[in-house]
Design a protein. Structure first.
Length: 347
């Protein structure tokens, strides 16, 4: 079936969501996401960051949808027309949603290990949310130990449910989830049990903020000081295909490889992630490019650099040179003949 997004017509399979169709279009038409994760089932519809305006429901019912729709859980219809980057309503609502997500989020970017690759940081940077109107006290939680490898910062959590969905679908025994309701809701373990199964480290990769971070990498380095390399090793538990973040010859951390939407391609085991920090244990394939535009690669050296050429003629340049000489003469205490004599003396 055909759908039009920001004037671009794409042909997609039935059951495709508006967000998936927008990713086919690419560019600014792709809405931002904080809770949706294509590798996880029944994921999305929590954060409302991907709101779009549906100006035409379908060929059978051309009426526009009165409210903005979350693109990650809204299926396309034949003849549907959608405005994403061209909708003032959608853009204004996304700014409001990002401001809402930042209400309780602390300003931890200077000390947060996620800084530079944080989806919330990118969202705020893209929407220009640099001011807060919230004057009430922020929501805070007591520190909680959930194991030797994963650090939980509930103050930074935005309740996207990604880690809960991953634990449900990837690990054999889930011991953490969302407890409490409303403003008291939080991610926590069951009676403070540790998260220690073989694939628990993947909650670090799916977390869009710094709520779940790697204890073995904590406060060691900023991600933009590290160089990412694709590498692999023979592993009996997972594919063994990872990204090594290196500072010189030292491996600072190991993460799963991510696609252009910052989503994990193949989940890796804890052994590969935490227990192999020597470069000799890996077969390094080569440097890795950044997945998508982010705070970490504002000045991305992998992007082509084009020389700037000023389209002008010789007369304009000659006029500018004459103006420069005129200004120089007006500010000089010498007359033109004295300046020429000084110039010859210096030569």
């Amino acid at each position: 079936m055909k759908i039009t997004i920001d004037g671009h017509i794409v042909d997609v399979e039935p059951g495709t969501t508006i967000l998936q169709a927008a990713r086919v279009v690419g560019g600014d038409s792709v809405p931002p996401t904080m809770c949706y994760y294509s590798k996880l089932k029944d994921c999305g519809g929590k954060c409302r960051c991907c709101l779009v305006e549906v100006t035409k429901g379908s060929e059978r019912d051309p009426r526009p949808m009165p409210k903005l729709q979350p693109s990650c859980v809204t299926a396309v219809q034949e003849g549907m027309e959608v405005k994403s980057a061209t909708s003032e309503r959608a853009i204004k609502s996304r700014r409001a949603v990002s401001e809402f997500l930042l209400i309780n989020h602390p300003l931890d970017c200077p000390v947060c290990d996620q800084a530079g690759e944080c989806d919330l940081q990118n969202l705020a940077y893209g929407n220009g949310n640099f001011k807060s109107r919230y004057v009430e006290p922020k929501r805070t939680f007591e520190p909680e130990n959930i194991g030797p490898y994963i650090q939980l910062h509930m103050n930074r959590c935005i309740l996207c449910y990604r880690c809960v969905k991953l634990a449900d679908q990837l690990t054999p025994e889930r011991v953490h989830g969302v407890v409490g309701r409303g403003d008291h809701a939080q991610i926590s373990t069951y009676i403070e049990r540790a998260i220690d199964n073989d694939f628990s480290g993947n909650v670090i990769d799916v977390c869009p903020v710094g709520a779940l971070t790697d204890k073995t990498f904590r406060f060691k380095s900023r991600v933009w000081f590290n160089k990412p390399f694709n590498a692999h090793r023979h592993c009996t538990k997972c594919s063994g295909k990872v990204t090594l973040w290196m500072f010189g010859d030292a491996v600072q951390r190991v993460t799963a490889r991510k696609d252009q939407w910052h989503e994990v391609e193949e989940f890796i085991c804890n052994e590969c992630r935490f227990e192999h920090k020597n470069a000799e244990e890996w077969t390094i394939e080569g440097p890795r490019k950044f997945e998508k535009p982010s705070v970490i690669n504002v000045n991305n050296y992998t992007e082509p650099i084009h020389k700037v050429k000023i389209e002008t003629d010789d007369l304009v340049l000659e006029g500018r040179e004459q103006d420069r000489k005129k200004i120089s003469m007006e500010n000089s205490p010498y007359d033109e003949n004295e300046l020429e004599a000084i110039k010859k003396t210096r030569e």
